[in-house]
Write a protein that binds this ligand. Structure first.
Ligand code: ARG
Ligand code: GLU
Length: 690
């Protein structure tokens, strides 16, 4: 009956609340345990309003958008808001030279003009239920881990099978929470006819680009508008011209009352991944090894890309999205590493671990942190080599092409489209320079025991990475667009003999043989030890409220509108306005070149105070993009799209002084739809609370 004690403890742990209101991503189904605290902070609704399976609740207006963002329903006709960067690939797919919706924006002027997006889905959470007992039925403590895994898998599969109904769009998943101390069933209804209704021009939707990404003050109009369609029975259906707008169980009413410092805010969405309960060894690896090394490598790549982008507008376009991708995590890691250092999280966790071990002495958890440390000691050198490999050799585009073409030929897939999309955005001088910089960095920073034999031999033979590069790019067929496009299965021997494929493959085989087994063994052990350590931490601190790490399931985060002070003598206030856009506006700087229409509207006067974005203390993460930001009355006041970089360590440790999420003020969305999109017809179906 130990299981029962653990469950009771888990429930009790979630009940108590000494955490600051800001920290935490709570499970909606357990919201009754937080509701008093939420109400104490200003929330005026009930637990049943937030999550209910008996009546329509706010959860019925929130969706997982695609497979990594959040969205919210805002009308009884299935109108949906998410971020511009979440709808980006759909907007891009509909764009052509004649209709450049990325550049100019897109606005359907009637429902018949809304654009279908094959493959795009939105998933509504029907319900979530704790199923720990059912998942562990038949398990007893004498079983091996392999046996436990197969019990868990068999039971989970049976549970999923009993509720899933693919024909009706009902999908189900059993998710392990609290490091597999608890299991929850999530049942989703997935709609698959989702049409694009509107998007601002990128100069609004991506205003500030990567210059302002993760930054405050921020002025990005990061939204796009979609509509969910259903069959005549309101159920999920494949795209069909005569599908009808989906009638939701619940949609958000929009508040135009605005926000001010201290106002209650509530973010309802799907954060992707956090690790709040790891040991000091993991934090040290992230903050002192992994982040700094990856940042340094990416700085080199970004500098090389930027140098060529500045010389040629065509290259700037080719590399802008690649550059943005490299820069996004690069900037996030900087905030994470700095935050971990500033908060002295390693030392704080070490002190915690000492207290924990004092408490654990003589019991079954004794020595747990030491066992975790031993696994990290074994794992980290191999894991570091793996990360170095992915951030160096794997970033060379020519080698990626060789790998992809080989895979396509073997899988009997056509190569021509691959070649087409690759060369459209390929600039060889950038790639050659990155080849040299990355392979040199690998050589310099990896100990001899962590380099492939092939790499050592080749480098010795060539004498330098530069000489190797000259020879490889001169001989490889992959530099030649026409030759790549014409490759067929019959050419496989040629591909296998190509120096680019050889290098790609030699590293991959080394990874498979030397690194992967070590890393996978260690991960398995870590999983087991963390299962105990998570449970042990809950027993050690029975008075603390533990929220489960994020895993892209629906969560509630609540806090309040707040500015912050990033450094001495600097204070940021929490609301940005159109005036700030005008201050940044510069036709010569791509990221700050706003549409002329916006300049004209501003010049006409009266819009100086138009709010654009605001800051709050909600605990969010990647995946919360597009999440509804809700006020004390449950009405929509914003759309979450980012965090400030100084607070990105919140995936590991939350700091109420620095951690801020960034939201688009819903009134800016309304302003852009009206003034820039002239799509006021959409207001007819929205409901305004004030
Ligand atoms: N930082 C945000 C996120 O992590 C926005 C990324 C997209 N925007 C950009 N400028 N790259 O997803
Ligand atoms: N931009 C992120 C996303 O796409 C949200 C920012 C973050 O909190 O990591 O989910």
């Amino acid at each position: 009956m130990k299981k029962r004690i653990v469950l009771a403890l888990l429930a009790a742990a979630a009940l108590c609340q000494p955490l600051p209101a800001e920290e935490g991503m709570w499970l909606p189904v357990l919201i009754s345990q937080r509701i008093e605290d939420m109400q104490a902070h200003g929330f005026r609704l009930t637990a049943e309003d937030v999550y209910s399976v008996n009546q329509a609740s706010l959860k019925d207006a929130v969706v997982l958008f695609g497979s990594g963002c959040t969205g919210e329903v805002v009308s009884r006709d299935g109108l949906l808001f998410t971020n511009h960067h979440c709808g980006y690939s759909q907007i891009q797919q509909h764009s052509s030279v004649e209709h450049d919706y990325l550049k100019d924006g897109f606005w359907a002027m009637s429902r018949s003009e809304e654009l279908p997006n094959p493959g795009l889905t939105v998933s509504f959470l029907e319900r979530m239920d704790e199923v720990t007992e059912a998942v562990l039925r038949g398990y007893d403590a004498s079983m091996s881990e392999a046996q436990r895994d197969s019990v868990v898998k068999a039971n989970s599969d049976a549970i999923v099978k009993s509720v899933a109904d693919p024909d009706k769009g009902i999908r189900a998943r059993v998710e392990a929470l609290y490091y597999a101390n608890q299991y929850f069933l999530f049942v989703y209804k997935v709609y698959r006819d989702v049409r694009l209704v509107g998007a601002p021009p990128s100069s609004i939707g991506k205003f500030g680009g990567d210059t302002d990404n993760w930054m405050w003050p921020r002025h990005t109009g990061d939204f796009s508008v979609f509509r969910i369609y259903a069959g005549r029975d309101n159920e999920p259906a494949d795209y069909a011209a005569d599908n009808v707008p989906y009638t939701p169980k619940r949609f958000f009413r929009i508040s135009r009352a605005g926000v001010k410092e201290g106002d209650f805010t509530f973010v309802y969405g799907c954060p992707g991944s956090t690790k709040e309960y790891v040991t000091s060894d993991e934090v040290r690896y992230v903050g002192e090894v992994s982040d700094p090394e990856k940042i340094a490598l990416r700085t080199q790549r970004l500098d090389i890309q930027k140098k060529y982008m500045a010389q040629d507008p065509a290259v700037r376009i080719q590399y802008s999205s690649k550059n943005a991708n490299v820069a996004n995590a690069w900037k996030k890691w900087q905030g994470e590493a700095k935050g971990i250092a500033r908060l002295k999280t390693v030392a704080a966790k070490q002190a915690y671990e000492r207290r924990f071990e004092d408490w654990a002495r003589g019991g079954r958890y004794e020595g747990l942190t030491g066992r975790l440390a031993a696994v990290y000691a074994r794992r980290n050198p191999a894991y570091r080599a793996y990360e170095y490999y992915t951030e160096t050799v794997r970033t060379v585009e020519l080698l990626q092409l060789a790998g992809n073409v080989k895979g396509a030929l073997e899988g009997k897939r056509p190569v021509a489209p691959l070649a087409e999309s690759f060369f459209k955005d390929y600039y060889r001088p950038i790639d050659e320079e990155i080849f040299v910089a990355m392979l040199e960095a690998f050589d310099r920073h990896m100990a001899p025991g962590y380099k492939p034999e092939y790499f050592k031999k080749q480098l010795a033979a060539y004498g330098s990475v530069a000489a190797w590069r000259d020879d490889l790019y001169a001989r490889s067929l992959f530099t030649d667009r026409a030759r790549v496009a014409a490759l067929t299965e019959a050419d496989l021997p040629q591909v296998l003999a190509d120096p680019a494929w050889e290098l790609y493959d030699a590293f991959y085989q080394w990874y498979r043989q030397d690194l992967q087994p070590v890393i996978e063994d260690a991960s398995r052990e870590l999983r087991l030890l963390y299962r105990d350590y998570m449970r042990a931490q809950m027993e050690f601190e029975p008075g603390k409220a533990f929220y489960p790490d994020a895993n892209l399931t629906l969560r509630v985060a609540y806090g309040h509108v707040a500015g912050y002070s990033p450094s001495d003598a600097v204070h940021y206030s929490p609301v940005s306005t159109l005036k700030g856009i005008m201050e940044k506006d510069n036709p010569d700087i791509f990221d700050y070149n706003i549409p002329q229409a916006l300049r004209d509207i501003y010049a006409a006067g009266g819009h100086e105070a138009q709010p654009v974005c605001f800051l709050a203390t909600n605990h969010t993460s990647g995946g919360n993009s597009g999440s509804p930001v809700i006020n004390a009355d449950g009405n929509l006041i914003g759309i979450n799209f980012d965090r400030v970089w100084e607070g990105t360590m919140s995936d590991i440790v939350f700091d109420p002084d620095y951690c801020r999420n960034i939201s688009l003020d819903i009134r800016y969305l309304l302003f852009v739809i009206r003034e820039i999109g002239h799509a006021g017809w959409l207001f007819d179906e929205m409901e305004f609370a004030d």
